[in-house]
Design a protein around this ligand. Structure first.
Ligand code: 9WN
Length: 440
C-alpha cells in the first residue's frame, strides 16, 4: 500500500522544484546543468504543472512554440534568456545562416515530439478549447515537417540527424551508430557539462567530439533540410522517436477532429507509419525493436529501453507485446531486478556490452522512461508490470531526491539535481488514481 503521507511530501517537493526552476515563461530542466528551455522537457514539465497551475503550464507550451522555425521545426533548445555557462552557447549554432530560423535564439535540432500528446492529456482533464485552437496550427506544421523534411524512401517514418534529437543522447544504440564517424576538423569549443556533474556520469570526450562535429556539419550546410538528409554522417530512424510521433499523430488527429479541422493528412501519416513500422524495426529472431541506421543500411542491434516505446504508441501486436514483456522486461539478465540491481528500468539492457549503470543513457533509470513505458504496458493490458515501474520511480525519488537519473543497483541519484521532468512526472504519477490502492 502506498504510504500517502510520504507521497504527499514527494509531491510538495516536486512542486517546490518546478516553482524553483521557473524563470517566468519557461522552466529550467535543471537549475545549474540545464539553464534554458528544452523541447520534450517543456512538454513533460507542462503536464506536471497543469496539476496545480494550469495557466503556468500553458505559458510553458506557448514559450516552446515561440521558437518554432519557419519551416515548422520546433527546436530542441530555446535560449529565451540569452547565453549562460551552458555549451553549446546560442551563437555556436549559427542558425541565422538559415532563412528558416526564428527571431529567438535556438538550437538547430529538434527533439521527440511528445507535445501534442501532452496537450491532449491536459485538455482531456480540463477542457482548454481556446488554447488548443491557438496551438493546433503550430503542432500540425511541426508534425508535417517531421513527416516530410525528415522522411526518406517515400514513407512517413522520420529520421533523426543527431543523437541529441533522440533525447537519449549517448545511448549505446547511438554510440554504435557513431562508430564510423571520424571528425575531420573540430571547431574550438569547451565542454561545460562536466562542471556540475561528474565525468563518469556524462558522455565520454570521444562521443562529445562527434556531437560537436555533427553540429558543425549542419551549420556549414545552413540547416537546409534536404542537404542535411543527403550529407549528415548520422542518419537514423529511431524506434522511440517514431513511436512517440505516431502516438502524437493520433492525439493530434483527435484534437483536429474536435476543432472541426481536416484529418486526412494526419490519417495518411498514421497509415504510412503503421504500414512500415514493424517491417523496419521489429527483429523477430530476438523479439526486440531495433533502430535503423540509414547510412549503413542496417539495423542497430543494441538492446535498450527504447524497444518498449511501441507499447506506448499501440504499434506492437499482442504477440509482439507478449514477447517484449516475457522475454525481455521480465528477464533478470536484461531489465528485471537480480542480485546486482534492485530497480527497474535500466535504460540499457544489463547484458549489453556498453551497459554502464551510472553513465547518462547507458544504464541508469530515467523517470520519463519509467512513466512512458508504464503507460504503454497499461495500454497493452500489463497493469501489474506498469505498477512496478511507477512504484520504482516513486521509490527512487523518495530515496535519492528528484534527480536526472538513478543507478539501478542501489538507487543512488546521478546527473542534475532538482530535475524538472522527474518533478513533473512525480506529480503526474501521484495524481493518477490507479497507483493507489491494493496494488501497493
Ligand atoms: C543536450 C535537458 C536535456 C534532455 C535530454 C538529455 C540532456 C542535453 C545535454 O538534457 O541533453 O540536449 O546537454 O546533455 O539527454 O534528453 O532533454 O534535460
Amino acid at each position: 500500500m502506498a504510504d500517502e503521507p510520504i507521497m504527499d511530501g514527494l509531491r510538495a517537493q516536486a512542486e517546490r522544484i518546478l516553482r524553483g526552476n521557473d524563470v517566468g515563461e519557461f522552466t529550467k530542466p535543471g537549475p545549474r546543468q540545464y539553464p534554458h528551455q528544452w523541447n520534450w522537457d517543456a512538454a513533460l514539465i507542462a503536464l506536471g504543472l497543469a496539476h496545480f497551475d494550469l495557466p503556468r503550464a500553458l505559458t510553458e507550451i506557448r514559450a516552446l512554440l515561440r521558437g518554432q522555425w519557419r519551416d515548422g521545426m520546433v527546436p530542441h533548445i530555446l535560449y529565451h534568456t540569452g547565453p549562460s555557462d551552458y555549451f553549446p552557447e546560442p551563437d555556436f549554432w549559427q542558425i541565422t545562416t538559415s532563412p528558416n530560423a526564428p527571431a529567438l535564439a535556438t538550437s538547430g535540432l529538434t527533439q521527440p515530439p511528445v507535445l501534442a500528446t501532452v496537450v491532449r492529456m491536459i485538455h482531456a482533464r480540463t477542457p482548454i478549447h481556446e488554447f488548443v485552437r491557438q496551438v493546433y496550427p503550430g503542432l500540425l506544421r511541426w508534425h508535417r515537417w517531421l513527416h516530410t523534411a525528415r522522411a526518406i524512401e517515400g514513407t512517413a517514418l522520420a529520421c533523426i540527424i543527431h543523437p541529441w534529437e533522440s533525447g537519449t543522447d549517448d545511448s549505446p544504440r547511438w554510440l554504435r551508430a557513431m562508430d564510423d564517424i571520424i571528425p575531420r576538423e573540430l571547431p574550438p569549443y569547451r565542454r561545460r557539462d562536466t562542471v556540475h556533474v561528474p565525468d563518469a556520469e556524462r558522455p565520454s570526450d570521444v562521443d562529445y567530439e562527434r556531437f560537436v562535429y555533427l553540429i558543425d556539419v549542419f551549420r556549414q550546410n545552413r540547416y537546409e533540410a534536404a542537404r542535411l538528409l543527403a550529407c549528415s554522417p548520422f542518419l537514423v530512424q529511431d524506434v522511440m522517436f517514431n513511436a512517440i510521433l505516431y502516438r502524437a499523430d493520433q492525439d493530434l488527429s483527435a484534437l483536429a477532429h474536435e476543432l472541426g479541422e481536416p484529418t486526412d493528412e494526419i490519417a495518411a501519416w498514421l497509415n504510412s507509419v503503421r504500414a512500415n513500422f514493424n517491417a523496419r524495426f521489429w527483429d523477430d529472431a530476438r523479439g526486440l525493436y531495433m533502430d535503423y541506421n540509414v547510412r549503413a543500411h542496417a539495423p542497430i542491434c543494441v538492446n535498450t529501453c527504447a524497444t518498449f516505446a511501441p507499447l506506448w504508441a499501440g504499434l506492437a501486436s499482442e504477440q509482439q507485446a507478449a514477447r517484449l514483456v516475457v522475454e525481455h522486461f521480465d528477464n533478470p539478465l536484461e531489465y528485471a531486478p537480480n542480485t546486482n540491481t534492485r530497480y527497474r528500468l535500466p535504460s540499457t539492457a544489463k547484458n549489453e556490452r556498453d551497459y554502464a549503470p551510472r553513465r547518462y543513457w547507458c544504464g541508469p533509470v530515467w523517470i520519463n522512461m519509467n512513466w512512458m513505458i508504464a503507460e504503454g504496458l497499461r495500454r497493452c493490458g500489463y497493469d501489474t508490470r506498469a505498477d512496478l515501474l511507477v512504484r520504482d520511480a516513486l521509490a527512487l525519488m523518495q530515496l535519492s531526491g528528484l534527480r536526472e537519473y538513478y543507478d539501478p543497483r542501489d538507487g543512488r541519484g546521478c546527473g542534475a539535481t532538482d530535475f524538472g521532468w522527474s518533478a513533473a512526472l512525480a506529480i503526474e504519477m501521484l495524481s493518477s488514481k490507479s497507483i493507489f490502492g491494493a496494488r501497493f
